[in-house]
Design a binder for this molecule. Structure first.
Ligand SMILES: [Cu+2]
Length: 384
């Protein structure tokens, strides 16, 4: 509401200034010194010509200022193997854009100045120049083709998953507004799933009759081991979402009705990444701001903010509804040993469904169904 009022006030102010200049112009009628001609004079053209240089200086100064002021905000060290390829491609693209931008802006503004209007000077009619057109078409074509070919090569390498390769299969299940990770269990094969089977605890619709689903388990925190390739099978329950793991340079759409995939190998555990010098510095900077904010909050009688610690995140990168901004899941990269330990502690979905269906706590001596897979025994096979 306040911003609307501000906008209305600004518009009214602009109208008032416009009316004042009109009144000022009317007071000048009949004044022999004034030039109210609609045709630009040499003086007008000179002013416009020099303003071109002024604008050129403005964009360069602003670019350099921006680099110093916000240059450290982009993501830093990638936390996955293929991340270095993505960053290299990105950096090459940036350097090319910077060179082309620097050269073309100078030329554009210089020529606008050089050929500014002058009295009695006529523009030269110039139909075409084949040589010139060949040069300015072929140079960008070659550069772009090189960039696109390199991009395709990098993309194919990133997306290639060898069928026989030893990978960990995890399903990322997206819905408004949250994520669930489903692990394929000891057999490393995800059981079938369908939204029509969603029921109670089984909120990702796993087909509990499928033999492959017997050891599947779900988690609300994504654990993955360092140094091992993880293949994500991605599903969506409702609308388009996008599984975005910025630190791993990974992003893939989640499309209702189909399974998409993305695979990567993490290269830093969460603890290792927290200790990288750039991250230590970044966290210190964030916490400095939080401390200042906390002081204000406490002064106003509120509770202080908790200090920030870094965690990898899985975010949604498609505007999918009202709580899109908060659609995230913590990712923990463990050492292979810690991952194995965590994996063993998980309870299969079949077991959880069974427990939730039990009417009352089992009486002493009740025979426990032996079909429930004990992850403890089978998980040993998964991490070879
Ligand atoms: Cu979403």
């Amino acid at each position: 509401m306040t911003s609307l009022l501000v906008i209305i006030v600004l518009v009214l102010l602009a109208v008032a200034i416009w009316q004042l200049t009109k009144i000022f112009d009317l007071t000048q009628v009949g004044n022999s010194n004034s030039n109210d001609s609609q045709i630009a004079t040499d003086n007008d053209n000179n002013v416009q010509g020099y303003l071109m240089f002024g604008f050129l200086a403005f964009i360069y100064i602003f670019t350099i200022y921006g680099l110093f002021k916000w240059g450290d905000l982009p993501l830093h060290t990638p936390a996955s193997e293929h991340g270095t390829d993505v960053d290299r491609l990105m950096n090459i693209t940036w350097v090319l854009i910077f060179i082309v931008q620097a050269v073309t802006q100078v030329l554009l503004h210089y020529f606008a100045f050089k050929y500014r209007g002058k009295k009695d000077q006529k523009a030269l009619f110039f139909a075409d120049n084949n040589k010139l057109e060949a040069i300015w078409s072929s140079i960008p074509a070659i550069v772009l083709a090189g960039l696109i070919l390199y991009g395709l090569y990098a993309w194919n390498n990133i997306m290639f998953v060898d069928e026989d390769e030893d990978v960990i299969v995890i399903e990322l299940y997206a819905k408004q507004f949250g994520w669930t990770a489903r692990y394929a269990g000891a057999d490393n094969v995800l059981g079938k799933a369908n939204v029509r089977l969603i029921d109670g605890v089984n909120d990702v619709g796993v087909d509990l009759a499928d033999p492959n689903a017997q050891d599947d388990f779900v988690a609300s925190e994504l654990h993955i081991p360092k140094g091992k390739k993880v293949l994500f099978k991605i599903r969506s329950q409702d609308v388009l979402h996008s599984a975005y793991m910025p630190h791993f340079r990974a992003q893939m759409n989640c499309v209702p009705g189909m399974v998409t995939q993305f695979a990567f190998t993490p290269t830093y555990t969460t603890l290792e990444y927290r200790e990288l010098p750039f991250m230590v510095e970044k966290v210190a900077r964030i916490n400095k701001i939080r401390t200042q904010k906390s002081a204000e909050l406490v002064a106003a009688g509120n509770t202080a903010l908790d200090p920030y610690t870094f965690d990898y995140l899985l975010l949604c990168n498609k505007i999918c509804g009202a709580s899109h901004y908060n659609m995230q899941m913590k990712i923990v990269v463990d050492t292979p040993e810690d991952y194995k330990k965590w994996f063993k502690e998980q309870v299969s979905l079949v077991q959880k469904v069974k427990e939730s269906n039990e009417p009352a706590p089992a009486a002493e001596g009740t025979v426990i169904d032996s079909t429930a897979v004990s992850l403890d025994t089978v998980s040993k096979v998964v991490m070879k």
